[in-house]
Structure formats: C-alpha cells, structure tokens
Design a protein. Structure first.
Ligand code: ATP
Ligand code: MN
Length: 466
C-alpha cells in the first residue's frame, strides 16, 4: 500500500482552495466544539505546521470514532481545501472522510500537547520526532546532509566509503571500541596467557573507526579530491553536551594542497552550508530562532558574510595569557586548548569563527606535517561561538623519514601502518584535509544546546537504550 496522499506542506503552501485532497498524519491536538464539530490539528512531518481539519457530526463515524480521538492517533483524511478563517494559516481542510487508522491511548501516550523537557524526550526517543523541535531537527539534519554532499559533488570531490571496522587507531591513542567475536567468558589465551587474537574473527585486534582519514588519504593520493561522510566512534568517557560515542563525520582530503588551501576550503565550505540551510529550511530555522536560540539566524548570516579570523596557536596563547580571565585550565605555550579557551577566542576576542593554525607537535597526532621550526605542525582547528572546535584538520606529513620518526617517537608500530607509509614511498604529494563533526554542525545551525538532541538515537556513556 502506498496511499496517494498529498503532503501537508504542499497543501498549506499552494494547493488551490476548492481542491479535494487526501492527507495522512498524526493528531497533535483535537478539540470538540459544542456545535458538533471536531477541530483536529494534524501533522505529517513534511513541515513544522499542522493543518487544521474540521470534522462535523454529519460524518458517519463521528459519534463512534471521531469524537473520541486524542493526541497521537493516526488518520487518513480526505476533504476539501477551504480558506481558513483563523489567523496564521492560508487554508484548512473540511473533512469528507476521516478514517481512523491507529488509536493512541490518551492515558499512556507520552507526547501530550504541552511542553516536555528535552531530558524527558530523550527517554522517549522513539516518539520524540513527533514534536515540533525534533521534527525540525530531523528536517534540518537531512537538509544539511544534502547540502554537504552537494557542496562536494558540485566541486568534483569523490565520495569515498571508508571502513567502519578498522585495525588502525587513527589518533594513535585510546578511546576505541573493540570489535570482537571472542567469547568474553572464555577468552582464548596464548602461552603467556595474553588474549590470543589469532582466534578472533579477523585474527587481530580490531576496532570501530574513530576517523576515515587514513583510508581517505589513500584515495586522495590516487584520485585527487575526495571526501567521506560516515559514522565514527569514540569510547571517550566525556559526558559533555558536545560529545557522543557515535557521531557522523565529514572528512574531505585534497591532493596537492597545503594548510592554507585546507583552511580556505573549511571556510568556504562552512559559509556555504550555513547560508544553504537558511535557504533550504526557512520555517524550521525561524522556529529555532524563536524557540531555541534567538541568535541563530543572525549568527549564521554573519558567518556566511564575514571572513573568518586566522591566527596561529602561538598568537592565541598570547591573547589568552593577556586576557583578564580566571581559567579553569591555566594557559601556557604547549597546552591543548580547552573549550573555555576556544570559546573565549571566538566569542569574546573576535566574535566570529576563528581558524587557529600551527599547533605544537607534542599535542597533535603523528600524521600532521612537521613545520620547519621543528616544534609546530601544520594543523588547523576551526572554532565557532558556543561550540568551540567544530573542525580539526591538517596538512599531512608527506615525507617518509619525518613520518616514521614521529610514529616511533609516539611509540607506534610503524609496520602496522605499512600501507599508509606506502603513500609516501610511491609518488608522495602534499595533501591536506579536515574532519567536521556533523552533529556539532547541526548544533551550531539550530542552537540546540545538547548534542544528544541533534541525532535520532544518541550513544553516550551508560546510554544505548534504543
Ligand atoms: P574535542 O577536542 O572537541 O573532543 P577532537 O580534538 O577530539 O575534539 P577531532 O579528533 O579533531 O576532534 O575530530 C574532528 C571533529 O569531530 C571535531 O572537530 C568535532 O567536530 C568532531 N568530534 C570529535 N569528537 C566528537 C565526539 N565525541 N562527538 C561528536 N563530535 C565529535
Ligand atoms: Mn575529543
């Protein structure tokens, strides 16, 4: 069955008065008037707005069914589009046939027509898409994914699917989820009673990927400009409003490109997708601006129009040291910038996105290109107000000797990365790329404070219910 139905978005926007349409949706509110009418607001997810359906008692199933309807019930309504006497809507629907498809027990249905807290709605993640906020988040998320693909596809970037299961740890540090089919209750042991991974599914330890970058680099060093857009996993035990254990990342990688080119792409890309979302989802963005954060539209417009600030890490440290601030994490050259520092720079100092470049090599992974000063790498982070880091990127180390030296210095097993090193053995080229957290992008675009509310089913420490 695929019922030939109109979308409420289309009916509200431009179906002519007098037309007959069929729609399907879920009741948001229902009110029976004394005169024998029911006013039903119906939503089908095609837009923020509900359509008002007027059902009168002449309908055959009025007494038995329609008069008992409650929030959450699903209906198929066939009716005539009539001018709406009420404010705010062009048209409403005069029901000729109101078919009740699924009832919803009013005593138990969790999504009542009132304001629920986001905390509560997280416990109802399977139903929260039926609320205004989560419907809008879902539409913006989908539109944003489309904009991102469009951005790269229209510029000749190749979409590469990198593996989800990997044997390499891109960051050279923990935070990995293991993938294994070994029986945890009876682990095979070798002679020295270490776990014998030869017995495991892949005959080696494997993990969920933290980034598709290393594999994307291999395709970039053959095909030019590429990008990935896929799920990534980090077992970081950080319960913050900006970290998930499972999140989506966009990672472009460009051959014959240096750090400046990388920063240029990051800036152009962010401007493009933020301008794009204002364009593509005006009603949802209005909603976020009105109900969630009354600065989002202004901020996105501002970002799309003004150049980002670019400073070096060294300069950033100077600014932070000179700032009249009591830092929770003290500032000195060599520290990793914390969110409080990042937010200060982008919110207080510059009041716009800031690209910080040339970080100390000691706080950055092995694959970032070592600069001539010997102590910084060609790294860049893009910081935006309220979120802090939204993009992390770098020019990659293309010199085999420098690369292996850095891997050894970080006690990595160079042999494990033989294929990554091969890129530097055979036709090495300067190349650069970055990673953008998709959920942080949605957070920034919508003003949603908690990252758990911009992905359908958030995975965080001690939470994977749905
Ligand atoms: P942070 O310091 O905020 O934890 P990171 O330095 O670990 O970020 P990268 O490893 O550079 O981040 O990852 C690239 C991008 O992925 C980040 O800029 C951010 O947008 C996003 N990101 C990183 N970790 C997470 C996470 N746990 N949940 C959601 N997004 C994340
Ligand atoms: Mn992190």
């Amino acid at each position: 069955m695929n019922i030939d139905r109109a979308l409420i978005a289309d009916v509200l926007a431009d179906v002519e008065v007098g037309s007959e349409v069929t729609i399907g949706g879920w009741i948001r509110t229902v009110r029976a008037s004394k005169g024998g009418f029911s006013f039903i607001t119906l939503n089908d997810g095609s837009c923020m707005d509900c359509i008002q359906v007027v059902a009168d008692k002449e309908l055959g199933n009025y007494d038995d069914e329609i008069s008992h309807l409650t929030a959450g019930c699903s209906l198929i309504v066939c009716g005539e589009v009539v001018e709406s006497p009420g404010k705010g809507q062009r048209v409403e629907l005069h029901g000729r046939e109101v078919r009740v498809i699924g009832l919803a027990d009013a005593e138990k249905y969790p999504i009542q027509p009132k304001r629920h807290t986001f905390e509560f709605l997280r416990t109802q993640a399977h139903l929260r898409a039926r609320t205004n906020t989560f419907g809008a988040v879902a539409r913006v998320r989908s539109a944003m994914a489309g904009l991102i693909h469009e951005y790269f596809q229209s510029r000749g970037f190749l979409y590469v699917h990198t593996p989800v299961i990997t044997a390499s740890d891109c960051e050279g540090a923990g935070e990995l989820f293991r993938v294994s089919t070994l029986d945890l209750d009876a682990l095979p042991r070798d002679d020295e009673s270490n776990i014998d991974y030869a017995e495991d599914f892949f005959s080696r330890p494997t993990y969920l990927t933290v980034s598709g970058q290393l594999e994307a680099e291999t395709y970039s060093c053959a095909l030019g400009n590429v990008y990935t857009f896929g799920p990534t996993f980090r077992a970081e035990n950080s319960n913050t409003p900006r970290h998930l254990a499972e999140f989506w990342m966009i990672e472009p990688e460009m051959a014959f490109c240096d750090l400046q080119g990388d920063a240029d792409l990051a800036e152009d890309f962010l401007k493009n997708i933020f301008a794009g979302i204002l364009n593509k989802c005006p009603a949802d963005m209005e909603f976020f601006n009105k109900r969630i954060d009354n600065t989002v539209i202004e901020t996105l417009t501002h970002i799309a129009e003004s150049p980002f600030e670019r400073i070096t890490y060294t300069k950033a440290i100077e600014l932070l040291e000179a700032a009249d601030c009591k830092w929770q994490f003290p500032v000195s050259w060599g520290i990793d910038l914390q969110t409080e520092h990042e937010r200060y720079l982008t919110e207080e100092t510059f009041k716009k996105p800031v690209i910080i470049t040339d970080y100390p090599s000691s706080i950055k992974p092995f694959y970032m290109r070592l600069s001539d000063d010997g102590k910084t790498v060609a790294a860049m982070d893009v910081l935006v107000p309220k979120i802090g880091e939204i993009i992390g990127g770098a020019q990659r180390e293309e010199r085999l000797d420098v690369l292996t030296e850095r891997m050894e210095a970080q006690s990595m097993n160079v042999d494990d990365y033989w294929w990554y090193c091969d890129l530097r053995r055979y036709g090495t080229v300067p190349h650069a790329g970055f990673g953008l957290g998709f959920e942080r992008t949605i957070q920034f675009a919508t003003g949603m404070a908690n990252i758990r509310d911009v992905i359908p089913y958030p995975r965080t420490p001690r939470s994977a219910e749905f």
